[in-house]
Design a protein around this ligand. Structure first.
Ligand code: TRP
Length: 462
């Protein structure tokens, strides 16, 4: 696939649709189905959702376009791309640092991501085996919190299996590995989610309550932390701020339109999150559970429904299988930038670089995993958080918004206008100017203001 003389990456996605599939495969994952519902619950529902939607439209979409255009213009891994474009634009090579922070963020995210994907693999097996049949909400809750989360050997097994699968797909390269895995699975996930939506709308008797929870905008419930969480999640869910989409952009065909492609991905991603919320909250309310229960929400609420309904054994097994696959199509994009960089920089085989990276992630992942049980004591905490929560907080709420802000500044202020204009090839100058205003001013300012206000509040509120 790679030719020796080629100065840049040579693989390209087969068509524009494969890019959309791969980018939505990256975007749609545990962030949508696991994280979005539980942080919405933790942050009080509606108003949080509204801020999240605004962030997707005003910050996420322009920054995603920036990542794609940088990647496609440079046709290199993110670290090389940023360094090279900086030179081309007469700017400091320090811009390459964004690529570095991306590599680090990718490793940190994948550490806890792989643990959660492991839960999903475990639930796939348990549900197919019928182990939850007939269990009540309380029993399902116990099986998760006091069962699975305390079972270190089991958690380790599934975390290891998931990392091995991720490594395998990335090592196979973008055609065999990435494209094929998303082509079938994404549509299947979609169909199953719609099926679940019909169930939750017609069978739970609490659909209205769930709907209101997501879409009644009660601003009195909105805290500064919730705004930071909404901003951070809009980066996390679109896979932005760590150059993952930039790495994928390097493989995007030249003639594909960046604007409409990115908007399609953002809409698909948002739709999956909202549908997941509409499936989960009615089930939560129907079973008298708390929406605020945190990371166990998906695993407890949905599993309770599967435990009760006829055919839940099969449906549930299929559901968690698809969630696991959605997680896999995201996890590969967390390693792809660093793998591409190591391959290009050190002239290594793709497989070698992937193995090295996966072992590093596996070790950090063990730290995250143990922070849920053996290392849950205060002596293992930093800022009151164990490693799992700390990695989640640092990446989603700090590193991704910061990375995204610099990417926006780079595309808006550093890159030559003519280069960007040509790369985006938008249909009208009005659209181009709109994108430019968003990337130059609105997105960086939004991130900056949220950061400053959060810090201000931390120091005054403490
Ligand atoms: N977006 C994915 C999800 O929602 C997670 C993910 C994949 C990601 N690649 C990323 C998050 C890069 C941030 C950056 O599950």
């Amino acid at each position: 696939m790679m030719s020796d003389s080629a100065p840049t990456v040579t693989g390209t996605w087969a068509t524009r649709w494969t890019f959309i599939l791969a980018a939505s495969g990256s975007a749609i994952g545990l962030g949508n189905i696991w994280k979005f519902p539980f942080i919405t619950g933790e942050n009080g529902g509606g108003a949080f959702v509204l801020v999240y939607l605004i962030c997707i439209a005003m910050v996420g979409i322009p920054i995603m376009m920036s990542e794609v255009l940088i990647g496609r213009h440079a046709r290199h891994n993110p670290i090389t791309a940023m360094g090279q474009l900086a030179r081309e634009s007469g700017a400091s090579r320090l811009w390459g640092g964004i690529g570095w922070m991306g590599v680090l963020a990718g490793i940190m995210i994948l550490s806890f991501y792989s643990v959660v994907a492991g839960w999903s693999l475990d639930y796939t097996v348990e549900l197919f085996a019928g182990n939850f049949n007939g269990k009540t909400g309380e029993e399902v809750g116990k099986a998760f919190g006091e069962g699975l989360l305390q079972d270190v050997p089991k958690l380790t097994l599934w975390h290891t299996v998931f990392m091995a699968l991720t490594a395998l797909v990335v090592a196979l390269g973008i055609h065999k590995g990435l494209e094929n895995s998303v082509k079938l699975m994404m549509p299947a996930l979609f169909i199953l989610l719609i099926g679940m939506l019909i169930y939750s709308a017609t069978q739970t008797g609490h659909f209205g309550e769930g709907f209101a929870y997501l879409f009644d905008f009660d601003f009195s419930k909105l805290s500064v932390d919730a705004v930071l969480a909404a901003l951070g999640h809009s980066f996390f869910t679109l896979s932005l701020g760590m150059c993952a989409i930039m790495a994928y952009g390097a493989y995007m065909p030249k003639q594909a339109s960046i604007g409409s492609t990115v908007i399609t991905v953002a809409i698909l991603d948002t739709a999956v999150a909202l549908v997941a919320g509409l499936v989960i909250f009615p089930i939560v309310f129907a079973n008298g559970m708390e929406p605020t229960q945190g990371p166990g929400l998906l695993f407890v609420s949905l599993t309770t429904a599967f435990a009760q309904i006829p055919g839940g054994q099969i449906l549930g097994g299929v559901f968690f299988l698809l969630v696991s696959i959605a997680a896999l199509s995201s996890s590969i994009s967390l390693i792809e930038p660093s793998a591409a960089w190591m391959t290009e920089r050190f002239n290594m085989g793709r497989a070698t670089s992937v193995v090295i990276l996966s072992v590093i992630v596996w070790i950090f992942g063990m730290g995250c995993l143990l922070s849920l049980n053996e290392w849950s004591g205060e002596e293992y905490q930093v800022f009151g958080m164990g490693m799992f929560d700390l990695f989640d907080f640092l990446t989603a709420n700090i590193m991704l918004p910061l990375g995204g802000m610099f990417i926006a500044i780079f595309a808006g202020w550093i890159m030559k206008r003519s280069v960007v204009l040509n790369e985006l090839a938008l249909k009208s100058l009005v659209r181009f100017n709109l994108w430019r205003a968003m990337t130059r001013v609105i997105s960086p300012l939004a991130v900056f203001i949220v950061f400053v206000v959060t810090l201000y509040q931390k120091f005054n509120g403490a």
